[in-house]
Design a binder for this molecule. Structure first.
Ligand code: FE2
Length: 463
């Protein structure tokens, strides 16, 4: 990390002074400033006097327990991130019996002692990087546009009408003018020139480009922006969905590019929360989605449409509460992650054109996805089960296990329907409103799904 800026302060609360000194030494070597305390009361006193970016809190903390300190942070310093460390695996398993312990308490990252310092640093660093848009300083506006020779592989693109911006450009922004040739149109720190972007739109420019290394920053920025809009209730639902759509696309790209790490998962949880709130605020999602121009057939918009419909179905189901709703959206965002392991020829072949061998391989992706998520302790069991069972049908004709109705995890039934409906929209190249009529007209099709889910999907189209 850069040493030019003030180092973020980190509070280390651990009853064992040797462990806390080791953590402190490692962080200081990487330009962080640290404060060490050895009990909960000291931690709270320090936090009442100074703001900490991160609190590394150990489970064995006494004289206010770790849980009392967490409660204190929640009410008095909610922006501080909590990294929770523990040594006693048995106690941890008991605490985490529903796999939801960290989520419920607002803990950002859980680590077992002895600590892997590299993983600890990575966690803190990646969070800092993603939030670096908050620290962009204003520079004198640069009017000139500069042509650059940069490899195409270094860039990611976003539809020009989907790009979300703040007053200042949070990173450099480009147009692609040829193979490995780009025009730098906005410099990081300059005022964001909306007129310039509108001029390009008039000239039928479709995409803006930025460096792939900045994608995590963009995801964090848009996630925060959506949250702000939702809090203020000012933005219209169409714009909100458009922002969410762009965000999901970039999020899925980032997962496929980097793999899922705790920070990205955390970002996904926030994204799921924002989608949940967007869905709750929209009476008829089907209608809103209907206004979208026809989607290009790509994996990421499929994920967005699936997440939206899965959320909409859950919203209508009487038995599903807010927690289930969030799991469903998280599961929708991640359910196809196992496709990363498919060979390229299978990944890019349409289902109906697959050879039996290719289809056999394709049917492995729910299992592979579940296994990938099982490697990460921070993923909840509910999300794993959604991933594993998202191609099961209640008539027993799905895969990988051909489970019948009652044996299928209820939340997976929702994602199964939402995913197949999203696929149907893309296949038929029709709007969601036309698609739903055709979809439910086919009796053979609807027997694959839970009837209450079908009913909820239909209801989501009604004003
Ligand atoms: Fe799938």
């Amino acid at each position: 990390m850069s040493s030019e800026k003030a180092a973020p302060a980190i509070l280390i609360c651990n009853p064992d002074s040797k462990t806390s000194s080791e953590i402190s030494k490692c962080l200081k070597e990487n330009n962080y400033s640290t404060v060490q305390v050895h009990n909960g009361i000291e931690a709270q006193i320090k936090m009442s006097k100074q703001k900490f970016h991160t609190v590394i809190l150990d489970m064995d903390t006494q004289k206010h327990t770790a849980f009392e300190v967490i409660r204190y942070i929640k009410f008095n310093s909610p922006s501080s991130r909590i990294i929770f460390t523990y040594e006693n695996q048995k106690l941890m398993d008991e605490l985490n019996s529903d796999n939801d312990f960290a989520f419920k308490l607002g803990i950002h990252f859980v680590m077992k002692r002895p600590l892997d310092f590299k993983a600890l640093l990575n966690n803190i660093e990646s969070n800092n990087l993603a939030q670096s848009w908050k620290n962009v300083k204003k520079i004198a506006d640069v009017v000139n546009e500069t042509e650059k020779s940069i490899q195409d592989e270094e860039f990611t693109r976003i539809a020009i009408n989907q790009y979300a911006h703040s007053e200042l450009a949070i990173f450099d922004l480009y147009l692609r003018i040829g193979q490995n040739r780009y025009l730098k149109i906005l410099y990081k720190g300059c005022s964001f020139d909306n007129n310039k972007i509108e001029e390009y739109q008039k000239k039928k420019v479709e995409f803006l480009y930025f460096k792939t290394k900045d994608r995590g920053i963009y995801i964090n920025f848009v996630n925060n922006l959506i949250e702000k809009y939702l809090d203020q209730g000012k933005i219209n639902k169409r714009e909100l969905l458009n922002l969410n759509k762009g965000l999901v696309e970039k999020y899925v790209e980032e997962i496929f590019f980097k793999g899922l790490n705790p920070e990205l998962y955390e970002e996904g949880k926030k994204l799921a929360e924002n989608l949940y709130r967007t869905i709750k605020a929209s009476k008829s999602l089907g209608r809103y989605l209907d206004q979208f121009e026809e989607e290009e057939k790509n994996g990421t918009s499929y994920i967005f449409v699936t997440s939206i419909f899965a959320g909409a179905i859950t919203h209508q189901l009487e038995w599903a509460g807010p927690v289930a709703h969030k799991y469903v959206i998280e599961g929708s965002l991640l359910h196809d992650i196992g496709k990363i392991k498919l060979s390229e020829d299978v990944r890019y072949t349409k289902l109906e054109s697959m050879t039996p061998e290719q289809f056999k391989e394709y049917k492995e992706h729910p299992l592979w996805g579940m296994q990938m998520l099982a490697e990460s302790s921070f993923i909840s069991e509910q999300v794993r089960q959604i991933t594993y069972q998202h191609h099961e049908w209640v008539n027993g004709e799905g895969f990988p296990n051909g489970l019948f109705g009652l044996r299928i995890f209820p939340l997976a039934k929702i994602v199964s329907l939402a995913g197949d409906f999203s696929e149907f929209i893309h296949e038929k190249k029709v709007s969601p409103l036309v698609a739903i009529k055709e979809f439910i007209a086919d009796r053979e099709t609807i027997f694959r799904y839970d009837s209450s889910c079908i009913k909820s999907l239909i209801t989501s189209f009604i004003y």
